[in-house]
Each structure stands twice: as structure tokens, then as C-alpha cells.
Design a protein around this ligand. Structure first.
Ligand SMILES: [Zn+2]
Length: 280
């Protein structure tokens, strides 16, 4: 079975009791992180999604550097002249202040740090960031994890660069998906068959099994009827991606393997999410 190692329990995953954090005084934050007085919080974040709420308001899903993913109410943000509107836009990297409200956290300040303007007029890149944002929204609960923060920041910055288009943009998205899954505890076994422990490349045919969390050898493939055949080059590509070697993003020779990996990504992500997913 896929074991979500290190994944927070449901109870731990709930929104942190931020008020409790101040009084406990056990956590240290960076320079922009927080003001310990009252219930006001300061951090940096990337706006992932927005949903309308009533006639004037919006709820924003924001991945923050210090608190993980939070849902924040932007009062009046559906109105054109709203003070908060400029900062609270999808994929903006912002400085954010918020307070605890009865039902939601409430934004009190949102200022742009970086707007990823290189993404805005390019449909292909825009599609890619919508997908990144959708995946984050679906896979990440409230985990506060600096590794996720750095992964998102790095991937969005790279998406903006002109050399990332077509297959190379696809490689970037695969890098993002698999490393995000890895951080969240879904690390596939890529060296030995998870059932018989045989070294993978000793078997002629190999099969990726989401349920078994790795690659089954030919003798064990019947363990999972849904396992998908995968060739050695694809396994090698996956290993490189999961070693988190950033240089592969620019230097790796582009081959049809990248397109094939997208199918495996979709299969594994849909198994984890238990729903269909449109993969870019
Ligand atoms: Zn086996």
C-alpha cells in the first residue's frame, strides 16, 4: 500500500490554532512572519484560488510561508475600488496581514511583492499555473512546510522563464507533481519490486502500481490489475526528478518519455485524490 509517511493525521492537519501559538511562544518565525500581539498575523504567500462569497466578498486560498495553506476572507474584494483587491489576485506573491474572525481568517492588508507578469499573456503558461494551483489546493491540506513553499516559489518562477514551454514546461510540471507528492509522503519505490524485493532492472517488463506504491516486477504484476507498464527510461527519468536535481530542468534532453510520464502522473494522482484529474 502507499504509505503516506510523515503525513499529518486528520486532527493535526486542521487549521493551526494560531492564537495558541502566540501564547505558547515556542515557534520562531522569520523577519516578515508575525506580530505576536493580539491576533494579527503577518506573512508572505501565493494566492492559489478565489471564490465569490455573497455580493461583495471573496474567499481566497493562499499558500503562506509561515502557516501553510489558509483560507482567508477578503471583505469587499468583489468591488472594483476595494483596497485589498490589487494584492489578492491569483498567482500573485504577496505580503499579507490577517486576523482571526468568527468563521474565517480575515485579510487586513495584501500587497504585491511579485506578480509573475511573465505568465499573464501566455495561455500555455497560464494553463500550467492553473494546474499547479489546482493540484496544491487539492493535495495540500493545511501543512506548514517550508519545502512546499520553496517548491512552489521555484516552480512558478521557472514557469515564467521563456525557455519553459512545450515539452520543457511539461518536464517542469512533472518535477512539481512528483516532488510535491514526495514531500507529502507518497514516495514510490523505484529500485526494488515492493512485493518480492527483486532489483527492478532484472525483470524484462515492469509495472507501476499506485496501490503498491512502486514498480512491480513481471512475476508480481498480478497483484494489481490496474498497474501500468512502464519502461526503464521512464523509471530513470522519475529517479532523476525525485533526486530533486534542479539542473535537469534546463539540461535534460527532451524525449517522448516526458509525455509518457504524464500518464503515470495522472494515474498516481487520481489514485491519491480518489477523483478524476485534468492533468496539463
Ligand atoms: Zn516482484
Amino acid at each position: 500500500m502507499v504509505s503516506p509517511k510523515g503525513r499529518a493525521t486528520d486532527r493535526e492537519r486542521r487549521l493551526p490554532n494560531l492564537a495558541g501559538i502566540w501564547t505558547a511562544g515556542t515557534l520562531k518565525f522569520g523577519c516578515l512572519a508575525v506580530v505576536a500581539e493580539s491576533n494579527m498575523y503577518k506573512t508572505e504567500g501565493i494566492v492559489l484560488k478565489e471564490e465569490d462569497l455573497g455580493e461583495a466578498d471573496r474567499i481566497f486560498s493562499i499558500f503562506t510561508k509561515d502557516f501553510g495553506k489558509v483560507r482567508i476572507l477578503g471583505k469587499g474584494t468583489r468591488k472594483i475600488k476595494a483596497k485589498l483587491r490589487a494584492g489578492l489576485q491569483p498567482f500573485h506573491y504577496i505580503y499579507l496581514e490577517f486576523v482571526s474572525g468568527k468563521t474565517f481568517y480575515i485579510a487586513t492588508e495584501a500587497m504585491n511583492i511579485y506578480t509573475f507578469s511573465g505568465l499573464r499573456n501566455n495561455l500555455e503558461k497560464l494553463n500550467a499555473v492553473f494546474y499547479i494551483s489546482d493540484l496544491l489546493d487539492k493535495l495540500v491540506k493545511e501543512e506548514k512546510d517550508q519545502r512546499i513553499w520553496y517548491l512552489i516559489s521555484k516552480i512558478l518562477k521557472k514557469t515564467e522563464e521563456p525557455e519553459f514551454f512545450g515539452q520543457r514546461l511539461g518536464l517542469l510540471l512533472r518535477y512539481f507533481e512528483w516532488n510535491l507528492m514526495d514531500i507529502l509522503g507518497y514516495h514510490p519505490q523505484l529500485y526494488f519490486c515492493p512485493n518480492c524485493q527483486k532489483k527492478l532492472f532484472e525483470s524484462k517488463k515492469l509495472f507501476f502500481s499506485a496501490r503498491e506504491g512502486g514498480i512491480l516486477c513481471q512475476n508480481c504484476k498480478n497483484l494489481d490489475k490496474k498497474a501500468k507498464e512502464i519502461d526503464q527510461n521512464l523509471i530513470k527519468l522519475l529517479r532523476l526528478i525525485l533526486e530533486r536535481k534542479k539542473e535537469i530542468l534546463e539540461r535534460l534532453k527532451l524525449t517522448e518519455e516526458i509525455e509518457k510520464l504524464k500518464e503515470i502522473s495522472k494515474y498516481f494522482l487520481e489514485f491519491i485524490l480518489e477523483e478524476e484529474l485534468y492533468v496539463v
